[in-house]
Ligand binder design. Sequence first.
Ligand code: FES
Length: 261
Amino acid sequence: MAYSAETQLQLQSDAAAIVARYPQPRSGLLPLLHLVQSVDGFVSPDGIAFCAQTLNLSNAEVSAVATFYTQYKRHPNGRYTVGVCTNTLCAVMGGDEIFETVSKHLGLGHDETTQDGVVTLERVECNAACDYAPVVMVNWEFFDNQTPRSTCALVASLRAGEKVRPSRGADEVVEFKPMSRVLAGFEDGRADQGPSAGHASLVGLRLARERGWQAPPAPDRSTDDTGTDGSESTGTDSTGTDSTGADGTRTGSSSDGTRSP
Ligand code: FES
C-alpha cells in the first residue's frame, strides 16, 4: 500500500531536512528509518522503498540496516515498547525475574504485542543505567529500580490509558510514533525536562568534590617511542637511513629495545 499523496509530501519534506544535515545523503539512513517508523509504527515495506528511493540505495541495502538495529521494528509495534533490561547487572539485580513475571502477566514473549496493540514486550541490552538496576524502559524513557510488581503496575497503567512518569528525563512517556519522530531528529521541546542524572550517578562526583579528589595528571609521553603526533618511530637513524636489515631484523636496536651505538 503506497502512501497517500499528503503523507508522501510530508515525508519528502521531512526527508529533505534530514538529508541536508549530512555531507553524504546515505548518512541520513538511520534517522530516515525512524521517520518512516513515526508514520507507519514500524519499518514497513513502503518505508523501506521510500528510504531507498530518497537515498539512491537498493531496498536490500536499506533492509540490511533496518534488520541490524533492534530499535527498528519489522512488524507493527505496540504504542509502547516496554523493554526490560536483562543484561548482566540488571539480570542479577532482578531483571530476569521482572521479565518472566511481566511476560506471564501479559501472556507475551520477547517482541510480542498485546492484542489491544498497546504494549510490545522486549528484553533489552544494557541501557547505561546500571546504577539504577534493574531498569525498565518505556519508549526509551527510564523507569529505575524496578520490581516485578512495579513493572506489572506500569504496564497495567499503560493499558488503562493512564499517563506514566519516568524516573528521570521527560515528564511523561509519549507513544511510539511521536517518539520515533524525535529519534528522527525533530525535537518536541521535551529534551530539557526533568533531571537526566539522578542521585546514584552523582554520588562519586559529590564525594570527590567534598574530599578534594582530582584525576591524576596525564602521563608525560614525550619520552615514549611514539612521536608527539602519536605515530610510531619509523626506525630511521639520525642520518635518515632505515636500520632494518634485509632479513627483516632491526640492526640498530638490541633485543630489549635500546639503541646500539
Ligand atoms: S545492565 Fe541494565 S542498564 Fe546496564
